[in-house]
Write a protein that binds this ligand. Sequence first.
Ligand SMILES: Cc1cc2nc3c(=O)[nH]c(=O)nc-3n(C[C@H](O)[C@H](O)[C@H](O)COP(=O)(O)O)c2cc1C
Length: 369
Amino acid sequence: MAAANSFGKAFIVTTFGESHGRCVGTLIDGCPAGLPLFEGDIQVELDKRVPRKPEITSGRIEKDVVEILSGVFEGHTTGAPICMLVWNREAVSSEYAVIKNLPRPGHADYPAHVKYRGFNDYRGGGRFSGRITVSLVMAGAVAKKLLQLFGVEVLAYTKAIGSVEMKETPTLEQIRKETYKNPVRCPDQAYAELMEKAIIEARREGDSLGGIVECIALNVPVGVGEPVFDALDADIAKAIFAVPAVKGVEFGAGFKVAAMKGSESNDPYATRDGKVITLTNNAGGVLGGLSNGMPIVVRVAIKPTPSIAKKQKTINLSELKDATLQVEGRHDPCIVPKAVPAIESMVAITITDHMIRAGIIPKVLARER
Ligand SMILES: Cc1cc2nc3c(=O)[nH]c(=O)nc-3n(C[C@H](O)[C@H](O)[C@H](O)COP(=O)(O)O)c2cc1C
């Protein structure tokens, strides 16, 4: 049986580490040789993961510092596996003693305890913690740098938090320039303020909020994807579901297509400057599991953080009795802002894998002159 901590067939990303273990890391096998790569390239992306605003975060001071251990020599990837890690420094495991016996509703504690017969590292959620997104973002940083050489850009932003949803579609320039100017990662500053207020209010009530992240991949060449089982949309969805707390993924018009007529849902073709385009993008850039040259647009539903301060009903596992739980520890009242770079990373990793498989990205890059 294949191992379950690796993703991809040409650009193979394997992640390791637990929330309160020694480190979280990633191993990339199949990254082409000749990509200029420095720790700073990875660090910039890791820093995007942590909004520096204590009111809307867990309050953990997670300065995640990347170390590249292998696969890079004289500022370029060598074609050998790239191993990167971040040491865990901020873990306070004592806060988690209680959940060993009292599984948190909405978290993975209960099914993980049953499956692994209690051998799982439950501290901080262990392998089910949002901290595993550090590994995803490190691999995503490499993928994004590689894609950039081939003109492909992947952008993500917060579209909604709780009931506050951006009504207008932001321009690409707005997403590029404004998204990281606020702690909720929304490209519209007015909506960002409303979202921030909603998170602070939920936290005050001992509660949490979910939301929607939209991700857009630009300039993906036509025909990328390997139907039927490795369809591009299927692989993107699978990759995104590796991000904890993701509950739904839709492309283009998504679930709205169910109520449309064919004449409304079909994207009519046209030519512009000798290039084939579609006049609408209800397909979200994918037809038949292949990219069609239009932006790949994917929206992701993120659930509210399971660990909340409000009292909740649970069970005592050792006594097999009903119990109540009041979760302690440092938890994000909303996961969405931290999920933005993780989702961007998973889309970038999947497109990179498929572009290598398609032969569009070679195994050895041309030397720059
Ligand atoms: C970036 C990130 C941070 C997270 N932080 C927390 C947290 O502080 N507390 C918590 O209970 N869950 C947190 N989660 C969510 C849990 O990891 C997740 O809900 C749990 O593993 C169950 O998996 P599922 O929701 O995908 O079914 C976080 C998720 C992400 C992506």
